[in-house]
Write a protein of this length. Sequence first.
Length: 391
Amino acid sequence: MIKSQFQSYALIVVISSSLLFPATKEKDGGLVLHGRMYQDIIAQQTVNNDFSYAGDTVAVLNIHNADDTFAKVEASVDINLYYGAYAAQYYQRIAPAFAALPAASSLFAYNTKDMFLSVDLRKLYAAFFFDMADISFGRQIISLGKGMVFSPIDAFSTVEAADLTLQRSGSDVVRVKVPFTDTTGIDMISTLSASMTNIRSAVKLFGTFFGWDVAALGMYNHTGYETTVGIDFKGDIEVGVYGEAVVHLKDYGATRSFEGMLGADYSIDKYWIFRAEYYYNEDIINASRLTPASIASVNKVFFGKHYLFANAMYRIDDLTDLSFFCILEIPELWGLYTLQFHYNVFQNTDFTAYIRYYDRNINGLTERQITMFTGVVPTKLEYGLRAQVKF
């Protein structure tokens, strides 16, 4: 009863906030505060056909200086409160990683039997803009590649595949971007770490030629003494086409592996939008051999060799749309299927109803392994309703 009342109060807060916090407009000076708050109410069905209650209340707070002509300071904090089955699931999956994150992240976690609270510093960086270069340092979301879900080139950011919006994580880096012309330049990035064993660095040469964006990239990861070289491209030939290809050289070139991604997007009269990506990975991980101890050291989102991402969205009108996406391991087609119906109620308030189907595990983990790793029985179906307000 207490959980249901708390959930109802949180939902009322989300809806009423749309009237209290209209979208913030930038001014000539000072700081700009904006963000969003959403509430999920979820029913989960496990592989054993048991039903359980789950939910979350998430506040995303963003702040930056309004006048960013010469410099920019930006911070973004996620405050997450999970209930019911989510509390147990997120506590098992997230809490063990807190100790390994940088002290500057100031993350906080508090867990009880039915509730899990976490605070995640997603971004905190300063950027300075000079005639010769743009220099930034701190926690940033760096997207070096072209892929929406699969991006072999993105060594500094990983997609959160279980998130409805497929958002990406941030990394503590220093970045120097030097333009040669309006369409060409060099991008240099390195992680910030007190230990040399955790340093990752990248240099990317990019440019636009005959309407195509192309880039060549070289990276070095001190862990495993791994050197990576690669290319990416993006252009338009009736449909948008993009791709990435990289070669990993580990242990000073003793072992080699290839990763590649090919994607396409297409729209019809701005009402239909389609996107698909294929991912190939030679550096596979045998999921059957993983243990609770060994899986903690795995720094990959996708373990297998072949994957597919497909997305379709239909805009019913300016306020309403219906969308579907799936992330699948092929040829078995294990993975995640998500169907969403979205409606914009007010200028800054949205409702989303969604269904998610988990067909086994995208990386081939067995039900027994998932239960052992997370402490919970795997979910088969989720039925959710999200209310969100932006301010």
